[in-house]
Design a protein around this ligand. Structure first.
Ligand code: TXA
Ligand code: MG
Length: 318
């Protein structure tokens, strides 16, 4: 693997977007901010660039990538957009919702992006910086979260630097990501919507927007093998639904369960999502025997938070 002196450039600095576009056009990887988490971006049409994503992250080759587009028209070049998918895009794009749709024949996206599936996950980020980079490059960007495989997703440029410093030439710093957890993912097949990964756009939001039910992934066949293996693992053990701090633990609270850190003293779930990965990283750095986390109501964005927490607490492979 090539080594780099990783440069961190603010997205407010003149020429930052062009700098990112130049690196991408050269086939290099650039970490970019999105509204959810930082992404490790490559030109999605360049085979070698996309292959580097898998190498740099240590990502299993059967775990496909999200293809980020500038708008609905760009998505339509690569995937078949059904009338229902079109309505979902119209309502939620740009924003933190990814759609898995059938690949169009003769598509130009590099094969490893879809990891052998006949679908591609497409998303149009709300982040101006991310969208500007895609527009100037003129091609979609393949970007998983910018962390070593299996680790927590980065919500700041500093998180990216700690995980991938020396492995990529450039990080565009857009400050803390507002949403803080990865996008919601849905699949749409035969005009049926299936939730593949919960996020800040909830199943109820989608149903309300397009008057169509959203089916649960677990009651159906699993379409993306990678989704089960992600662990979002901190180094410390994680204990969920904790209402008090036991010996050797560091308690992350929520609402009235106070804790050393509190995800949202006012029990606001959006605020808790924004703080989630940041606080887990922060707790992990203090190296407790165990990170204990207060119960989070399983409603609204709380469903996505609990999904990430279950993975963080899951038994480890190694
Ligand atoms: O918010 C986000 O989605 C962030 C930012 C950077 O956009 N990206 C992100 O990417 O979270 P990643 O690679 O960490 O997660 C992408 C998920 C994986 O679980 C993968 O299995 C799934 O998307 N995925 C990608 N393509 C798919 C496909 N064709 N079918 C089903 N799942 C797919
Ligand atoms: Mg990820």
């Amino acid at each position: 693997m090539a080594t780099f002196k990783t440069q961190v450039v603010s997205d407010r600095q003149d020429g930052a977007i062009s700098l990112a576009v130049e690196e991408l056009a050269r086939g290099n990887l650039v970490a970019i901010p999105t509204e959810t988490v930082y992404g490790l971006a490559a030109d999605a049409t360049e085979l070698c660039a996309v292959q580097q994503i898998y190498t740099v992250k240590g990502r299993p080759s059967n775990n496909p990538l999200i293809c980020h587009v500038a708008d609905i028209d760009m998505a339509k070049k690569y995937v078949a957009v059904s009338p229902l998918a079109n309505r979902v895009m119209q309502f939620f794009w740009p924003g933190p919702l990814t759609l898995v749709l059938p690949t169009r024949p003769g598509f130009a996206i590099a094969a490893p992006v879809s990891a052998g599936l006949d679908t591609i996950a497409v998303r149009c980020p709300r982040s101006e910086t991310a969208r500007q980079i895609i527009i100037e490059l003129g091609r979609p960007i393949a970007a998983p979260s910018a962390n070593p495989s299996g680790k927590l997703s980065p919500t700041s440029a500093d998180d990216v630097l700690q995980g991938l410093g020396g492995k990529i030439p450039l990080i565009i710093d857009g400050g803390d990501t507002p949403v803080g957890i990865e996008s919601t993912i849905v699949g749409i097949v035969d005009e049926k919507i299936t939730l593949l990964r919960p996020g800040s756009v909830t199943a109820d939001d989608i149903t309300a927007a397009v008057q169509t039910p959203v089916f649960d992934r677990d009651s159906q066949q699993i379409t993306a093998p990678g989704q089960l293996e992600s662990h979002y693992a901190p180094s410390s053990r994680v204990r969920l639904n904790a209402t008090e701090q036991q010996a050797g633990e560091l308690l992350i609270g929520f609402g009235e369960v106070e804790g050393v850190l509190n995800l949202s003293p006012s029990s606001n779930l959006e605020e808790a999502a924004h703080n989630l990965f940041k606080f887990i990283r922060n707790a992990d750095k203090r190296n407790p025997n165990c990170i204990a986390i207060a119960p989070i109501p399983n409603q609204g964005v709380g469903i996505a938070i609990n999904d990430r927490l279950r993975r963080a607490a899951a038994p480890r492979n190694q």
